[in-house]
Design a protein around this ligand. Structure first.
Ligand code: PRX
Length: 661
């Protein structure tokens, strides 16, 4: 909580335009307040109404919320539905069926379009192919593919047959993949031979092979390979098959398998406080309800919109706002294979112009890096592009600094588009605290107010409510339909992580510090209170990186990892390392630091590479042997040390650790 200023200064407020208020579904603060009141007065009735109005149930639910096994909450438990049918089949026979569902732009700029009807055909055919491989309801399937129509098809096809998918971001290493295959007990991996990023062909299938070769993947029977490029890749006979092979002769009709509302739609691994990533398990009914509803509420999606969420399907944002939400809402969406800086840092603006994007959703890190690029080269400044199609802008994944917010507002939104700064998490399934474009006056750097039905609050260490203006811990007081159900295979960890006894066991602990403004009660997120870092909007566990470093047993004796603020990436990884040999200096230190960075990239993935590495003869510890992380955080920031260091065995190491390479 220490990093929260106690009172927010709201010097600039941007009310929604009259036009935005007039056209929005939730029109004005009265409409927002009315929904909040409805939820407060009849919590279950509110959610039941929304679930009936927004989803197609093959068997209607009679129970809304079951709290008897809390904190393992169940929603709409006796209802049955299929997620894929709610994204695709429901549009058939409506004007949406011939509408473009996906506009796919490849790394090289080539564009492919697929209508809702065509997408349903492709998903159904792929679902039949999965069944023909023996994959059935309840099986787990790992998906490790580039951003593509095929990726969405694979996810939707799993949902169609009731298989639980677990998408692994294409930047994760063979080791990370191996751990996830084992933890999920996956029967199949869906991958591609290569992925194209920034004009470069990068292997995926070879990483899958390496991951499987590490051993322990006993449940795995099948690897399906999408040939993204003409380049061949190694194929293991009997186990590996191309998409073309398995799709051959499969009909493009497949009855969706009705599953219970609580059936696990997917598992998505994310970093926590310990070394082992958590398999966040989501449900079918509650998750999909919120994916659809937040498209309507936060993005106020209209039939004429062109929606573009730039997140990869390997992250929760790409699940909810690429693979499920836009389809459930019947929107046209853009999916982009490449990177924002190729062939130039004007790519996003060029694509918004080309596809006439109306709702654009990206991460603050991307905005900050594009600001920097535009300052250096006025040819790629958004002012050079026609961005008048835009009507709503969004951000996600990390706090947005007011300067970046103002630039986004002015140069991308033309001072006309509301910015929805959406706070949420892998565990929450969808938006939790966010402005509504036709209701909430926005304040740069604040995610404003919780969505109706989301009982967010700020409490102290003991779970006691704090007054507006005080910094504290962000909690959610009541369950909500799209919440995490458990950690796959580890219910005890779920309880301990999210419903800790210290807070009374009934409050969902988000893991973020936050404060509400004294006047409006607006939320501002201060950053994590646990050992989780947020680098470029990607979640990384400090323990995970420490474990990776010390697993280089020939070199590393001890390591401690902390975050430090970074202008571009929000936070940066800073590692303090004690080697088994003498402390290196000069070029040798640089060379060993590089070796360690590459090691971390191999163990976890390039996103986890420490930006700073400092070497010491020792690490600062308390008398009881605990690493003094607070001290390390100060050193990483380059701050003067004001803490008491009298207990340190060797105070000289502070100087060593402060030395930059
Ligand atoms: O610290 C918060 C930050 O990202 C964390 C969740 O990360 P992840 O599960 O990877 O999900 C990211 C995409 C939803 C949160 O605990 N975070 C997310 N959105 C915001 C944010 N911090 C500040 N403002 C946000 N809008």
């Amino acid at each position: 909580m220490s990093n929260i200023e106690s009172v927010l200064v709201e010097n600039r407020v941007f009310p929604p335009s009259e036009q935005a208020v007039k056209s929005a579904r939730i029109s004005g603060m009265e409409a927002y307040n009315a929904l909040c009141d409805e939820a407060n007065k009849d919590f279950e009735g509110f959610w039941a109404r929304l679930a009936r109005d927004n989803l197609v149930w093959t068997k209607p639910f009679t129970k809304t919320l079951d709290e008897s096994k809390a904190p393992f909450y169940e929603w709409f438990e006796d209802g049955e539905l299929n997620a894929s049918a709610n994204c695709l089949d429901k549009h058939i026979g409506t004007p949406t069926e011939n509408k473009t569902a996906i506009v796919f732009e490849a790394d090289d700029g080539a564009v492919t379009r697929v209508s809702y009807k065509e997408l349903l055909g492709r998903v159904s055919q792929f679902a039949n192919a999965l069944k023909a491989q023996g994959i059935k309801k309840g099986d787990r399937v790992i998906i490790y593919v580039p951003m593509s129509i095929e990726g969405v098809v694979a996810m939707q096809a799993c949902a169609r047959i009731g298989a639980t998918h677990s998408v692994v971001f294409g930047g994760f290493s063979a080791k990370a993949l191996n751990e996830r295959i084992i933890d999920a007990g996956a029967v199949a991996v869906i991958t591609a031979n290569y992925q194209m990023r920034g004009g470069k062909e990068m292997p995926l299938k070879a990483i899958v092979d390496e991951g499987i070769a590490m051993g322990g993947c006993d449940t795995l029977k099948t690897v399906l390979v999408f040939m993204r490029t003409p380049t061949t890749c190694g194929m293991t006979a009997g186990r590996d098959k191309t998409f073309t092979e398995v799709l051959q002769g499969q009909p493009s009709e497949c009855r969706p398998e009705a599953v219970g509302a609580e059936h696990p739609l997917f598992i998505l691994y994310t970093s926590g406080s310990t070394g082992k990533p958590k398999g966040v398990q989501h449900s079918t009914g509650g998750y999909l309800l919120w994916a659809k509803l937040t498209m309507d509420w936060t993005f106020d999606i209209k039939p004429s919109d062109v929606f573009w969420c730039t997140a990869d399907i390997g992250w929760i944002t790409g699940h909810t706002y690429v693979a499920y939400g836009p389809l459930a809402a019947g929107a046209t969406q853009v999916i982009f294979e490449g990177i924002p800086t190729y062939p130039s840092a004007g790519r996003f603006w060029q694509m918004i112009e080309k596809h006439k994007v109306t709702v654009f959703y990206t991460a603050p890190t991307a905005i900050r890096s594009l600001i920097k690029a535009a300052e250096g080269d006025e040819k790629i400044h958004p002012a050079r592009y026609d961005l008048t199609s835009l009507r709503i802008l969004g951000t996600v994944g990390e706090p947005i600094n007011p300067e970046a917010w103002m630039w986004y507002h002015k140069h991308v939104g033309g001072e006309r588009c509301p910015i929805v700064d959406t706070w949420w998490q892998t565990e929450t399934g969808g938006h939790m605290i966010t402005p509504l474009p036709g209701a909430t006056p926005t304040v740069p750097g604040s995610c404003t107010l919780p969505l109706p039905g989301i009982m967010a609050a700020i409490v102290d260490d003991l779970g006691k409510d704090l007054p507006h203006g005080d910094g504290g811990i962000l909690v959610i007081k009541r369950p909500w339909p799209s919440m995490i159900r458990t950690i796959w295979g580890d219910p005890e960890r779920y309880k301990a992580s999210y419903y800790p006894p210290e807070l009374g066991g009934k409050l969902y602990l988000a893991g973020d510090a936050a404060a509400r403004s004294a006047d409006r009660g607006y939320f501002r997120i201060g950053g994590r209170i646990d050992d989780v870092l947020n680098v470029s909007g990607h979640r990384l566990g400090t323990m995970e990186i420490e474990s990776a470093l010390v697993s280089k047993t020939d070199l590393v004796a001890e390591a401690a990892v902390v975050g430090r603020p970074d202008d571009l990436t929000g936070e940066a990884v800073c590692a303090f390392v004690v080697l088994k040999r003498s402390r290196p200096t000069g070029d040798e230190a640089k060379q060993i630091a590089n070796e360690l960075r590459n090691w971390v990239a191999k163990e976890i993935g390039p996103i986890a590479k420490p930006k700073d590495i400092r070497f010491g003869d020792n690490l600062p510890k308390t008398r009881s042997g605990k690493i003094m992380r607070r001290l390390l955080r100060s050193i990483a920031k380059g701050e003067a040390i004001t803490q008491d260091t009298s207990t340190l065995e060797n105070p000289a190491i502070l100087e060593q650790l402060a030395e930059k390479l």
